[in-house]
Design a protein around this ligand. Structure first.
Ligand code: AMP
Length: 189
């Protein structure tokens, strides 16, 4: 069974590409960010814990996120996985490895969408106008980039060392054109 991590900085196009490739492949899909936003909207305890952190651009605790992913994987034992926005720390990546091993699911493979930071900022500010996400303002975006550099970039290195990492250009071309490259890779994984 495939365990695909769609990786990239905020605004790289993980959500957009996930939507396109899910029309082609039957993945069990999870976006940790989307779940957290739904929890906030529903006013749950988890949502209350996450809201301030998300609005500041900081990461939610590894414990909460790992618990969320563990139950998702346990509830989707028969399908290929598509993970969007997780793992974001090396601790989360290590926990994922343990879960996959214990469930005999094989390795995780990372596909990164590479996009220049200036382009990411422009995309996110444009998305703010369309979707109105509270964390898509310049100050919070800067903090999200900072968290990415400090904590998340190391996740790419973690998978590079294992030989389970591939990057594609997520900057040039339309979402459809980028998805063609992504689908080509996924067909070979
Ligand atoms: P996203 O929709 O992936 O951009 O995530 C929005 C926000 O949710 C992030 O800025 C974090 O505050 C939080 N978040 C989402 N996924 C994770 C994760 N794997 N670990 C920690 N925080 C997360």
């Amino acid at each position: 069974m495939r365990n695909i991590i769609l990786f990239g900085a905020p605004g790289a196009g993980k959500g957009t590409q996930s939507a396109i490739i899910r029309e082609k492949f039957d993945f069990a899909y999870i976006s940790t960010g989307e779940i957290l936003r739904a929890e906030i909207k529903a006013g749950t305890e988890l949502g209350k814990q996450a809201e301030d952190l998300i609005n500041k651009g900081e990461l939610v605790s590894d414990e909460i996120i790992i618990g969320m992913i563990k139950s998702f994987i346990e509830n989707n034992t028969t399908k290929d996985l598509l993970l969007d926005g997780f793992p974001r720390t090396v601790k989360q990546a290590e926990a994922l490895d343990e879960i996959l091993t214990s469930m005999q699911r094989g390795k995780a493979k990372v596909v990164e969408l590479e996009v220049d930071k200036d382009v990411l900022m422009k995309r996110l500010l444009k998305r703010a106008e369309i979707e109105g996400r509270k964390d898509d303002n310049e100050e919070t975006i800067r903090e999200r980039f900072n968290q990415y550099d400090k904590k998340t970039a190391a996740v790419a290195d973690y998978y590079k060392k294992k030989g389970d990492y591939i990057a594609i250009d997520g900057e040039h071309g339309t979402p459809q054109e980028i998805s063609v490259k992504l689908i080509d890779i996924l067909e070979k994984l």
